[in-house]
Ligand binder design. Structure first.
Ligand code: ADP
Ligand code: MG
Length: 704
């Protein structure tokens, strides 16, 4: 092999591979199943299972696994071997249609938020024909990965795939209705496209293992900023270090083998921070691929003596990591429906969709915010880096101007479609590569897609995506109802203009093209009646607002019980994550930091004693005495906070309701932890570095 590009797809069961191995009737049925226009028959499932078994075993597979995504942000798998012995005692690979379609799992340990009682702990996994299978593992004992949905025994949602698939169907249905109403009789399918940019940090593996906080919680709870951070911007897009390059090359290799198109990679803003962007794909496939990216980053990092940190804010004082979700939708006949170039032909559908998106985001901003409210993201959103926690939409000047003009009635007051067309022709061309890209906006139009920048780096992109699909589908349902009333095809553009005008006017408060980091924006948003939900505790109630429950029900993405269970699960998750951090901080203080401080102060005290003995001059040791006193005072203060934190932890344990517990942790424990950190970080810069018990920020951020 001359080139690692040749590895592309070798462990990936492509549609072409399937086509080569099954009859055309089976392949046709597979296409229909994939599009969900037909139920899979057992015969077809058997034929596909046989084909994939042959392919997998020819390529060194010994096992298969139903690979699924419980509500943990990660994936789960249970491996079964292909091996069976026939009646003649011969070992044969065995894998039937039934094995492919459905697996049963005792999954009582996964979060279920009360939708399922423990005596019904069984769940099952069902093949998702729309996401390709692939092989992973060592040569000669690879495993066939079958992407599956994971549901409870009575069909209740317990994972991240089912609601996503439901949301894709919902959006597809409404977009097709709109397309039809505006005269597109050709489009039959709609694909929702997602391109994920994944940010992460690398630190040296040795250093990583020396930090309990990184090991247990993924972020540094203590650590003072070195004199240099990211201010010189010398890391951003800088040359990639050789060691990191070879790590990235292996990540690419691993991804390409399983058909994942890793497109770009570069250094990010913070020292030792990087980004990997995948080529966009159908949203369902992209979510699966992002899970693989996260897993592969971690595994390959270890081989290169690194640890990959996917936490949203591993280090205080420098930028954190996000997961930008680039989102658009396209139809089989019309291509990307968010492409403004279509405007030049007098087609107003782009403006219609853009307005629907603004409306959806405005109506359901709290729900959208909830979808990004993960514990790690609390440390990132609203700082002077990542987007603020306030949901707004960036359109850019040109698109804003068009909508403003429409709203003011400067065009479109005429009913004849030709006049509307003239107005449209005069629209300025919106360049694809929008140079005034606003990187401070949480939700930005970027040329021919929207980029949702709020989701955190460690979270599955599925949740924000299914929420976005659902809320946009729901608004489009209303638009389709409206447009379908129009029986005179010539007047369709005036009906559209009417919709644009009224809806843009009602929801334009959500549009903000300015600097999202500006403190003024926080005030301005308040005046516009826009919420600023600063953290998980303020964010997750967005799930259970009546409006949110209803929109998810109407679009059939989640039932009321499922949404309520998600709220419980995420409350519980916040509590677990925050409690682990508090307990880790207490333990680090008691078993590492305080003893180290004692060792250090003792050495200085010994030196004071000796200086005194030799010189008998109190003045000579005065500064050292003050120094020790200062450290001892800070240490005592820190000890008080450790005691307070452990007392408060006992209070937390008494609270039964998970959300109440979350509120208590957020209002009582999180601020205490911050003060404790402040004291410890102050001490750190006065103590002998050789005695300090863990790698410092300088070690972590500048040594690789
Ligand atoms: P930037 O860092 O400037 O936001 P990148 O090139 O790093 O841009 O990432 C852009 C992402 O958007 C990629 O994942 C790309 O595949 C994706 N993308 C491009 N066009 C579309 C589209 N029409 N729909 C969805 N995603 C898209
Ligand atoms: Mg981006």
């Amino acid at each position: 092999m001359n080139n690692q590009l040749e590895l592309y797809g070798i462990n990936y069961f492509s549609e072409q591979e399937l086509k080569n191995r099954v009859s055309s009737a089976v392949y046709k049925e597979f296409q229909q199943v994939k599009r969900r226009t037909k139920e899979l028959s057992l015969e077809t499932a058997d034929a596909i299972a046989n084909a994939v078994k042959m392919w997998a075993t020819e390529n060194g597979a010994t096992h298969f696994t139903h690979w699924f995504q419980p509500l943990t942000e990660a994936t789960a798998e249970k491996h079964d071997s292909f091996i069976a012995i026939n009646s003649d005692g011969i070992v044969m690979p065995q894998f039937s249609g039934k094995d492919l379609i459905k697996g049963e799992a005792d999954t009582s340990s996964f979060p279920n938020g009360g939708v399922r009682s423990t005596f019904e702990a069984r769940g099952y996994t069902a093949w998702d024909a729309s996401s390709p299978m692939f092989l992973r593992g060592e040569e000669f004992c690879k495993t066939l990965y079958i992407p599956t949905a994971f549901v409870g025994y009575n069909g209740e949602t317990l994972d991240k795939k089912v609601p996503l698939l439901r949301s894709l169907r919902s959006l597809e249905k409404q977009v097709l209705r709109v397309q039809k109403a505006i005269g597109d009789s050709e489009s039959k399918y709609v694909d929702v496209n997602l391109g994920v940019e994944q940010e992460y940090f690398l630190v040296s593996k040795d250093q990583y293992y020396k930090r309990q906080d990184l090991l247990l919680g993924g972020r540094t709870i203590f650590g003072s900023m070195p004199p240099k951070g990211q201010e010189l911007s010398d890391h951003y897009y800088g040359t990639i270090k050789d060691k990191v390059s070879s790590f990235m090359a292996e990540v690419d290799r691993e991804l390409w083998k399983i058909g994942v198109m890793a497109k770009t990679k570069h250094n990010e803003v913070s020292p030792n921070q990087f980004e990997l962007a995948l080529m966009f794909n159908s949203a369902n496939i992209s979510v699966d691929q992002n899970q693989l990216v996260m897993d592969i980053l971690k595994k390959v990092a270890v081989k290169h003596n690194f640890a990959a940190l996917l936490h949203e804010k591993p280090f205080a004082g420098i930028n954190g990591s996000g997961k930008h979700c680039n989102w658009s939708f396209s139809s089989d006949a019309k291509g990307n429906l968010l492409d403004p170039e279509t405007l030049e032909e007098g087609n107003l559908s782009f403006l219609l969709y853009a307005t629907a998106i603004i409306e959806a985001v405005d109506l359901h901003a709290d729900l959208l915010r909830a979808s990004t409210a993960t514990p790690g993201n609390d440390f990132r959103l609203g700082g002077h880096e990542a987007p603020p926690a306030i949901i707004s939409v960036f359109l850019g000047d040109q698109l804003s101007e068009i909508l403003e003009n429409i709203e003011k009635g400067e065009i479109g007051t005429h009913t004849s479609s030709s006049q509307v067309k003239i107005g449209v022709k005069n629209f300025p061309k919106i360049p694809k590569d929008v140079t005034d890209r606003n990187r401070t906006s949480p939700f930005a139009f970027t040329g021919n897609k929207f980029e949702f920048r709020m989701p955190g780096s460690s979270a599955s992109p599925s949740t924000p995506m299914y929420i976005l699909n659902a809320i946009v589908a729901d608004v489009l349902r209303g638009y389709a109802d409206e447009l379908e009333k129009n029986t005179d095809k010539d007047k369709i553009n005036s009906s559209i203009i009417h919709l644009l005008k009224t809806r843009y006017q009602r929801h334009k408060r959500r549009v903000f093209n300015g600097n999202g980091y500006d403190k003024e924006w926080v005030k301005e948003a308040g005046l516009r009646g826009i919420n600023n939900l600063r953290n998980t505790v303020e964010g997750i109630p967005g799930y259970i607002k009546e409006d949110s429950i209803e929109v998810l029900e109407r679009t059939k993405v989640l039932s009321r019980a499922e949404t309520e269970s998600i709220f419980k699960i995420y409350s519980e998750r916040y509590n677990k994550v925050t409690s682990i951090e508090v307990k880790t901080a207490i333990r680090m203080c008691r078993t590492e930091i305080f003893p180290a401080i004692t060792t250090y102060t003792n050495t200085v005290l010994n030196s004071i004693k000796q200086v005194n003995e030799v010189f008998g001059d109190a003045d000579l040791v005065q500064k050292d005495k003050e120094h020790v006193l200062n450290i001892l005072n800070l240490k005592n203060d820190a000890k008080d906070y450790v005691v307070k934190l452990s007392k408060e932890m006992r209070e937390v344990d008494k609270i039964e309701d998970e959300y109440e517990k979350a509120k208590y942790l957020n209002s009582h424990l999180v601020p205490l932890l911050l003060i404790l950190r402040n004291r410890i970080d102050k001490i750190e810069i006065h103590v002998d570095k050789n005695i300090w018990p863990m790698p410092t920020y300088t070690d972590l951020l500048f040594k690789l």
